[in-house]
Design a binder for this molecule. Structure first.
Ligand code: ZN
Length: 543
């Protein structure tokens, strides 16, 4: 009689016991020989094969058996043959089809057929259920393990590039990868600058050394995916749900959000062939259309309305004349002498330090409170384990404390980041304004544009004249400088009166005091929603 052999070995068995497919096949062939079956075909599945491949092998075998009219199937034991209830049903149906159909389970020393005894059929049924249970349980355990991992703040899978996995099995965590983490940081910063498209960013990052494992440049879509991965600012996204992670972030949330807003706006400028200083920065005063630049007579750069709308603005302004007008603004700030500027900056710095000290104290207090709460949770948990408190009580208390902890953490975060950053920003803006002309003259077109963006919120060109709106902090600074200039004038008029000299002097102090208070009146979050980026830009400009 013809028979088919079905051998299956899990990769774990192979690794741990050296029990191989070959050994199993030999055993099954011996069984066939003993019963004088002739082996027509051997089907082998190594468990390392993917689920799809294993299923394919199983259904190939079943159709082979039916096509070739084979009535004996030999395998080692139940769970080798059926990995799911579906497989078992298929086998069951095949056995019921024909009285002569038999499945030999060699190890279990049991033959399944239509004529099997009731107790044998019962045991077969149980074994099938056990196999199914094993499969279900495995995936349930996996899911449970993943959910627990998420709950603890860890990603239950491979981390994105920029991180590596460390630790023992079951306690694996993700830490920044020294090689790739700086590249990821750089990538976010560059994209946040608004100077790169995803394509040019990909090119740039490839040059910097960011590539796939085989050294190839990433696909554009991959860069997109990385730029949108909340893992980088410390969150974990699993099945579409984002929750707080425990791993060390590579970037701040502000930076991440800035990148998202650029990705959304899709107004990412592509690299231009000529980096015109003022293009995309100015608007036509008449039609509000954008101003474009062109090169005439070889090297002269002219700016004019793009005339996409109906507009009578026909005059062209040279780049030089625009610069001259902006220099007028810069020179205005030079009414404050470098020495005075130093004093002002010194004063802001001092305030800043006092503020930092106050904040550090506050952070210390919050940290202590946080630790106290952690201990309270431990105590509660022990009490719950000893059943001194009810589950309800535990849950209520735990939620209560966890919420308090979240609040403390966000308070600490705010104290650590934002306000101190804004103080530093203020300091740098003052520095930038007082040194604007010098900085402008020294820097590249790209830096110049960056600087103009920090000084002006709006630049308008009409009849070759530049009109502008200053950004709020600079506007306030300008107002104070103007007061100072006015005071000087009064002082000059009253010069003959020697005893009034102190008036002129005190105006300097007024200026100092006023600037100090002005800091509080500015809605910083509104002016600079991404303080970290703004500060870094300002630092690089003032360096
Ligand atoms: Zn116009």
């Amino acid at each position: 009689m013809k028979c088919v052999i079905f051998a299956r070995v899990s990769s774990k068995e192979q690794e741990e016991t050296g029990y191989s497919l070959d050994a199993q096949e030999k055993q099954l062939t011996e069984h066939a020989n003993q019963h004088s079956f002739s082996v027509v075909k051997k089907f082998r599945i190594s468990e390392s094969a993917s689920g799809a491949k294993a299923r394919q092998a199983f259904s190939e075998m079943m159709s082979f058996i039916q096509d070739e009219d084979i009535h004996v199937l030999i395998c080692e034991k139940t769970d080798r043959l059926t990995r799911s209830r579906k497989d078992a049903v298929t086998i069951d149906e095949w056995v019921k089809e024909d009285e002569t159909n038999e499945v030999h389970f060699v190890r279990e020393n049991f033959v399944l057929s239509r004529n099997s005894k009731a107790n044998e059929k019962f045991i077969w049924g149980i074994k099938v259920e056990v196999a199914q249970y094993y499969t279900d349980n495995l995936s349930e355990e996996v899911k449970k393990g993943q959910a627990e991992k998420i709950r603890q703040g860890w990603l239950p899978t491979k981390p994105p590039i920029g991180y590596k996995t460390v630790g023992e099995k079951g306690h694996k965590i993700h830490v920044p990868n020294e090689e790739t983490a700086p590249l990821i940081r750089e990538m976010f910063k560059l994209y946040a600058s608004g100077e790169y498209s995803v394509i040019s960013l990909n090119k740039k990052m490839y040059e910097e050394g960011l590539h796939s494992r085989d050294g190839a440049k990433f696909a554009k879509s991959r860069i997109h995916t990385l730029l949108k991965d909340p893992f980088y600012y410390g969150c974990v996204r699993w099945n579409g749900v984002v929750s707080a992670g425990k791993h060390e972030p590579l970037i701040s949330q502000q930076l991440f959000e800035k990148v998202q807003s650029i990705l959304r706006s899709r107004t990412t400028p592509h690299h231009e062939r000529h980096q015109f200083q003022f293009s995309k920065m100015m608007k036509c005063g008449e039609c509000k259309g954008s101003i474009t630049a062109e090169i005439k007579k070889g090297c002269h750069i002219y700016y004019h309305c793009n005339h996409y709308k109906n507009c009578s603005q026909k005059k062209y302004a040279t780049e030089h004349s625009i610069e001259e007008q902006l220099f007028g603004v810069f020179r205005f700030f030079e009414a404050i002498t470098p020495k005075e500027a130093e004093r002002i900056k010194g004063r802001i710095r001092k305030d800043h330090e006092a503020e930092i000290e106050y904040k550090e104290q506050k952070i210390k207090t919050l940290n202590a409170r946080y630790l106290r709460n952690e201990r309270r949770i431990d105590v509660l948990f022990d009490a719950r384990l000893d059943e001194k408190i009810t589950q309800d009580m535990w849950e209520r208390k735990n939620t209560e404390i966890s919420e308090a902890q979240d609040k403390i953490q966000s308070q600490i975060k705010i104290l650590k980041n934002e306000d101190t950053k804004y103080h530093e920003i203020w300091l740098h803006i003052v520095d930038l304004a007082f040194r604007a002309r010098e900085i402008y003259e020294k820097r590249s077109p790209k830096d110049r544009r960056l600087m103009l963006r920090h000084i002006f919120s709006n630049l308008i060109l009409q009849d070759r004249n530049v009109a502008y709106t200053l950004r709020k902090p600079v506007e306030i600074l300008a107002k104070r400088v103007q007061e100072r200039v006015d005071a000087e004038k009064t002082f000059e008029l009253k010069k003959p009166l020697k005893n009034k000299a102190s008036n002129g002097f005190s105006s300097k102090n007024d200026l100092l005091l006023a600037l100090k208070d002005d800091f509080r009146t500015i809605d910083w979050m509104n002016v600079y929603p991404y303080p970290e980026i703004a500060l870094e830009e300002l630092k690089s400009l003032c360096a």
